[in-house]
Design a binder for this molecule. Structure first.
Ligand code: HEM
Ligand code: HEM
Length: 295
């Protein structure tokens, strides 16, 4: 390990290479890999699931019930496979972008425009995901946090047991919401699709100019597919009328009752919209136990 001597306030101190310098190659490879799996893979599945709300809020609810059937294990899965990898990829990406961690492996093959857009969309993605997860999920599901911090700040608006109806109300909270989602989706999807192209260079998958041309085409196709999927869910949620939202909520409550009876999901009033008949405090204890006992 190379050690340097440098002067600090008149005295000579020795400085070892920083953690980032010592592990730069490994961190770069992990950053690149994390962009594809699990973060990129999650984004593709997430946008596909959300797009289902455009055609059928019922299918959307079924998929969300499926995810939430994990019960108490869900936060562990979310933190291990979604939150921590995004935090790692995003934080290291910001180091690269802000020059704290200089990009010494500048892409000799990539155009300057793509290079700049990759960094700009990374910053937008960071801001968008930070806000979006707060807006829908709330970051933490602790009762105190959700009631006294998240809800007053327009966060934790999504109720998993009333998926379509609560997501529609969250999307319609202000005209700014769909605008921010549109900017966020286009930035994240561009970042991911262009990232697929640069990732192939990082890992030496496409080297010849012909292979790179094909890779650019693939990146463009991926961009169009997921941009359309993302926009479909924004339009589907934003355009849902109040009557339709009430109808969807009633169907969600009906499905909840059946799934609790069959034991497929764990009853949890906190996962309902405040407008649901199963919202905390609305359903009497007697009725709640009827649902649990499968009457
Ligand atoms: C049209 C666009 C989108 C819609 C309608 C949407 C909707 C949602 C909803 C409803 C949730 C809450 C899920 C829950 O708590 O069970 C959520 C969570 C989340 N979304 Fe999105 N999302 C969109 C785009 C994105 C994009 C582009 C990303 C970037 C990867 C993203 C990342 C996340 C993350 C990390 C979470 C938290 C994980 C979790 O709740 O399990 N979303 N989103
Ligand atoms: C959270 C905010 C994010 C930031 C700040 C960020 C930043 C970056 C940066 C700066 C790069 C270029 C790395 C380099 O030049 O060596 C990059 C690459 C990449 N990012 Fe992100 N990113 C973020 C989110 C995402 C998301 C949500 C995805 C997937 C949906 C993603 C997927 C990728 C991919 C696939 C690459 C290409 C890796 C490579 O070239 O080897 N990133 N990111």
């Amino acid at each position: 390990m190379r050690r340097q001597a440098r002067r600090w306030k008149g005295s000579v101190v020795s400085s070892a290479p920083s953690f980032l310098e010592r592990h730069e190659f490994l961190l770069r490879r992990l950053h690149s890999l994390a962009g594809l799996v699990p973060v990129g893979a999650y984004m593709m599945v997430h946008l596909a699931v959300n797009a289902s709300v455009f055609g059928s809020p019922r299918i959307f609810q079924r998929l969300v019930f499926h995810i939430h059937s994990l019960g108490p294990v869900l936060p562990l899965v979310e933190w291990t496979f979604i939150f921590l990898p995004i935090i790692f990829h995003g934080a290291f990406g910001l180091f690269i972008t802000t020059g704290v961690k200089p990009n010494i492996e500048a892409y000799p093959y990539n155009s300057n425009l793509r290079y700049t857009l990759q960094r700009a969309t990374g910053v937008i993605a960071f801001l968008f995901i930070f806000w979006h997860v707060f807006h829908m999920h709330g970051w933490f599901h602790n009762h105190f946090w959700v009631t006294y911090v998240a809800h007053p700040l327009m966060g934790a608006e999504f109720s998993p047991y009333n998926a379509g109806s609560s997501a529609a109300l969250a999307m319609q909270a202000s005209f700014l919401v769909p605008v921010l989602y549109t900017i966020g989706i286009l930035a994240v999807v561009f970042h991911f699709s262009n990232g697929l192209f640069t990732l192939g260079i990082t890992w030496g998958i496409w080297i010849s100019p012909t292979a790179q041309e094909r890779a650019k085409l693939l990146a463009n196709v991926v961009f169009v597919i997921f941009a359309v999927a993302g926009m479909a869910s924004i339009v589907g949620l934003y355009s849902m009328s109040q009557e339709k939202i009430a109808e969807v909520r009633a169907e969600e409550d009906e499905a909840y009752k059946v799934l609790v009876e069959t034991g497929d999901i764990v009853p949890n009033p906190e996962k309902h919209s405040p407008l649901s008949e199963y919202a905390p405090g609305k359903h009497s204890d007697a009725e709640e136990s009827d649902v649990e006992e499968g009457e």
